[in-house]
Design a protein around this ligand. Structure first.
Ligand code: ADP
Ligand code: MG
Length: 339
C-alpha cells in the first residue's frame, strides 16, 4: 500500500461530482433548481444528443453579481445557507453549493449572467474545473449556462451514459415533474431542436397537468386542499377510475422539491385502497408545505428523499387528506350537485 495523502482538488472534485452528477438529467435538475431559486419565471432547457454533448439552461432570474461569478463555481460555495441551523428554515431547492463546481469539473461549461443593477454582464468559461476565460459581456438579465461534452474528462463515467434517446427520456420525465411542481414557472423544453414541452407558467396546476398528462387526466382530477397545524397540502388527485399500473404518476413535492417517500405513498395508496383494483396506483400531484425544521432534506445526494421527524403524524395527515377528498367524490352524485 502507498502512504496516506490528501487528494488534489481536481481529483476531489471529479470524485465528488460522481455524487451529484449522474448524467444529463442530474445536470438539468441542478441547473433548473438554481434558476427557480433565483426567482426565474421563465426557464428554457435545450438538449442535444440526450444532453451528453449539449445542455443549455436559460433563465430570467436574478443573475450572479460580477464579483461573485468565480466563487459560485467553487465547491461548497452557496448564497443559500451559512450554518447548519439554516437548514431548519430553508426554502430554497439548493443549499450544498456543490452543483456548479461538480458540473464544471466534469464538462465544458460556459455561463452568461447579469443582475438587474449591472450595466454589463459576465461571461465565464470553465472546463474540467479550470477557468479558461472570464470577461464582461452584454447580455440580458438572468443566467444562461451551457454544458458541453459531459464527462469528457472522466471516460469511466462517460462509458456508463445510456443511449441519447434514453438519456433524453430521463430529462423529459424530469421536465414533466418540474412543470408539475412549479406551475408558476413557464418551462420550455427543446430536444434536438424540437419543442417537447411549453407550459404557461400562470400558476394553474390543472393547466400543467394538461400539458404533461393530457386532457383526459386533467379532466379526471379533483382539487385537494387540506390543512392541519403547520401542515398544508394542496394539489390534484385522480378519480379512482384514472388509476395507472405503476407509481410513476405519484407526484409529491415538499416545499417545492420533488420527493420520493414511502410513508406518504403508503398513506395515499391506503386511502385509495378499496377504490382501486389490486396492482393499480393513483395519479396525484400534491404539494406539501411544511415547516423545514420538521424534515431532514439532507439525507440523499440528489435530495430525492427526506426523513420526517414524525412519520405517524405524516401518515395520518395524508391519509385523512386523501380519504376526505375521495369521500366527497362519492357524495356529489348522491346529493345531485353534479348533473
Ligand atoms: P447551491 O444551489 O447549493 O447554492 P450551486 O453550486 O448550485 O449551489 O450554486 C452556487 C451559487 O451560485 C448559488 O448559491 C447561487 O448564489 C448562484 N447561482 C447558481 N445558479 C444561479 C442562477 N441560475 N441564477 C442566479 N444565481 C445562481
Ligand atoms: Mg444549486
Amino acid at each position: 500500500m502507498q502512504s496516506i495523502r490528501i487528494l488534489d482538488t481536481k481529483t476531489i472534485n471529479k470524485i465528488a461530482a460522481g455524487e451529484v452528477v449522474e448524467g444529463p438529467k442530474s445536470v438539468v435538475k441542478e441547473l433548473v433548481e438554481n434558476a427557480i431559486d433565483a426567482g426565474a419565471t421563465a426557464v428554457t432547457v435545450e438538449i442535444k444528443e440526450g444532453g451528453i454533448s449539449y445542455i443549455r439552461i436559460m433563465d430570467n432570474g436574478c443573475g450572479i453579481p460580477k464579483e461573485q461569478v468565480k466563487t459560485a463555481f467553487l465547491r461548497h460555495a452557496t448564497s443559500k445557507m451559512s450554518e447548519i441551523e439554516d437548514l431548519e428554515h430553508i426554502f430554497t431547492l439548493g443549499f450544498r453549493g456543490e452543483a456548479l463546481a461538480s458540473i464544471a469539473g466534469v464538462a465544458q461549461v460556459e455561463m452568461l449572467t447579469k443582475t438587474r443593477d449591472e450595466e454589463t454582464g459576465t461571461s465565464i468559461e470553465i472546463s474540467g474545473g479550470e477557468i479558461k476565460n472570464i470577461q464582461d459581456t452584454s447580455c440580458t438579465e438572468g443566467t444562461t449556462i451551457t454544458v458541453k461534452n459531459l464527462f469528457y474528462n472522466v471516460p469511466a463515467r462517460r462509458k456508463f451514459l445510456k443511449k441519447p434517446a434514453t438519456e433524453s427520456g430521463f430529462v423529459s420525465d424530469l421536465m414533466n415533474k418540474l412543470a408539475l411542481g412549479h406551475p408558476e414557472v413557464s418551462f420550455r423544453f427543446i430536444n434536438n431542436d424540437t419543442t417537447m414541452l411549453h407550459t404557461a407558467g400562470n400558476g394553474d396546476l390543472k393547466a400543467s397537468v394538461f400539458y404533461v398528462y393530457g386532457k383526459e387526466a386533467a379532466n379526471s382530477m379533483v382539487p385537494l386542499e387540506y390543512k392541519k397545524g403547520e401542515y398544508a397540502l394542496s394539489g390534484l388527485i385522480g378519480k379512482p377510475e384514472l388509476s395507472r399500473g405503476n407509481r410513476n404518476y405519484e407526484n409529491l413535492f415538499i416545499n417545492g422539491r420533488f420527493i420520493k417517500n414511502k410513508v406518504v405513498a403508503t398513506a395515499v395508496e391506503d386511502a385509495y385502497k378499496t377504490r382501486l383494483l389490486i396492482g393499480k396506483f393513483p395519479i396525484f400531484v400534491l404539494n406539501f408545505q411544511m415547516n423545514p425544521s420538521q424534515v431532514d432534506v439532507n439525507v440523499h445526494p440528489a435530495k430525492l428523499e427526506v426523513r420526517f421527524k414524525n412519520d405517524d403524524e405524516i401518515y395520518e395527515f395524508f391519509h385523512d387528506a386523501v380519504s376526505k377528498t375521495l369521500d366527497q367524490l362519492v357524495l356529489i352524485p348522491q346529493v345531485g350537485w353534479d348533473k
